[in-house]
Write a protein that binds this ligand. Structure first.
Ligand SMILES: Cc1ncc(COP(=O)(O)O)c(C=O)c1O
Length: 384
């Protein structure tokens, strides 16, 4: 009865453990969610009164012109683009889906980092693409492996996350970005740049997007889920008009347009002084939580795991020193009321059991300390 694609997609481990991580008493370091108590409900409520009856009407497929212009003017700061280069999506997940539908026939090749975002892997698997994985590192993807892959395969696109990657929290260096831009030109290959976390930088200087370096070889996806609210289901993509024309047809097929009411609400919020203040609050709170996780890990698990402190985003990527395997520890952790995501979930093939993803965004500093204490307890019990 079901299509091959339906049978091929695996349910997301992260979505599946959401129910477990919401059990009473559980400290969840699992989901990549924004802080619930900081969702800008009062600020959005204040803007709601400015909406009108017309905002409930059908609207244009690529998004409200006012929102596209506002995004281009206010949020794309590293290159000079107009609203025409922006398409509003129903979250970045839809952006991934539209690009994949537009470009991929079964058997076409896509390069991803290992590890990478699970939602992207699901989308690519659904398209029956041939997925090729190259290892990534704190500096960015392995250039030798990437070059070899491009030398030996006809590749449709490379899926990359230059800023505070999900799941590792790694951010590419400027030199690696320049090499990637050069590679895209040399091999005439498209880069799909997924950037939902770039606006959440707590340390260091912002680096230019790949789109700003090679717009003709790039589609960039940005989300409002981490900076405003995932429940609005809004994001945007930047792409040339030739690519947008094709994407537009699949957007019509998918949902005609993203919610016009939510788009109008977002325009009003972006234009109000509340928006910058909200981002500043997020940065201050997340910076403290990131520090709290780094300190708790150093105090409790410093001799058993290693990590690189992220400069932004929501994630720590823990490397287990011993012949480590996070999978069996997971059940004990759930019994101790602390949840994380075993890193194997983020690999397309050859899953490594040696890593775990911990998120600090939707837990208080106290909960983070307590959660890491519980995790240390699990480690101690496992070693006796
Ligand atoms: C790397 C990455 N891309 C895309 C998404 C999807 O975001 P959205 O809520 O905008 O669909 C996420 C969500 O966690 C993500 O981490």
């Amino acid at each position: 009865m079901f299509s091959n694609a339906a049978l091929q997609i695996e349910s997301s481990f992260i979505r599946d453990i959401l129910a477990v991580s919401q059990q009473p008493g559980m400290i969840s370091l699992a989901g990549g969610m924004p802080a619930s108590e900081l969702l800008p409900w009062p600020q959005l409520q204040a803007q709601f009164g400015k909406l009108s009856q017309g905002d409930l009407q059908y609207s244009l497929t690529p998004g409200l012109p006012a929102l596209r212009e506002q995004v281009a003017k206010q949020l794309v700061t590293d290159c000079d683009i107009s609203g025409d280069e922006i398409m509003i999506t129903t979250g970045s997940q839809q952006g991934l889906d539209l690009i994949t539908r537009t470009l991929i026939n079964p058997g076409d090749k896509i390069i991803v980092e290992a590890p990478t975002f699970l939602g992207a892997l699901q989308t690519f698997q659904a398209s029956q693409a041939d997925i090729l994985a190259v290892p990534t590192s704190p500096e960015g993807p392995d250039m030798d492996a990437l070059t070899h892959c491009l030398e030996t395969n006809a590749v449709k696109f490379i899926y990359l996350q230059p800023n505070f990657q999900n799941p590792t929290g790694f951010s590419y260096t400027l030199a690696r970005r320049q090499q990637l831009a050069e590679l895209a030109r040399r091999y005439n290959v498209l880069i799909v740049e997924d950037d939902p976390y770039g606006a959440l930088r707590y340390e260091g200087e912002a680096l230019p997007s790949l789109y700003s370096m090679v717009p003709e070889h790039c589609v960039r996806l940005v989300s409002f889920s981490k900076t405003v609210a995932p429940g609005l289901r809004l994001g945007w993509l930047q792409a040339s008009s030739a690519i947008q024309m094709q994407l537009n047809k699949f957007k019509q097929v998918a949902d005609l347009h993203s919610s016009s009411l939510n788009q109008q609400l977002l325009v009003a919020f972006l234009q109000s002084p509340d928006f910058d203040a909200h981002i500043q609050t997020l940065l201050n709170v997340y910076r403290q939580r990131c520090d709290a996780m780094h300190n708790a890990l150093s105090d409790q698990l410093g001799d058993q795991v290693s990590w690189q402190k992220p400069q932004g985003g929501m994630f720590f990527w823990l490397n287990l020193h011993r012949d480590g395997n996070w999978k069996p520890l997971f059940d004990s952790a759930i019994r101790e009321n602390v949840a994380y995501v075993p890193g194997a979930a983020f690999y397309f093939d050859k899953p490594s059991q040696q890593f775990a993803r911990l998120s600090f965004s939707n837990v208080s500093a106290e909960q983070i300390t307590q959660g890491i204490e519980r995790l240390a307890q699990v480690f101690n019990e496992a070693t006796v």
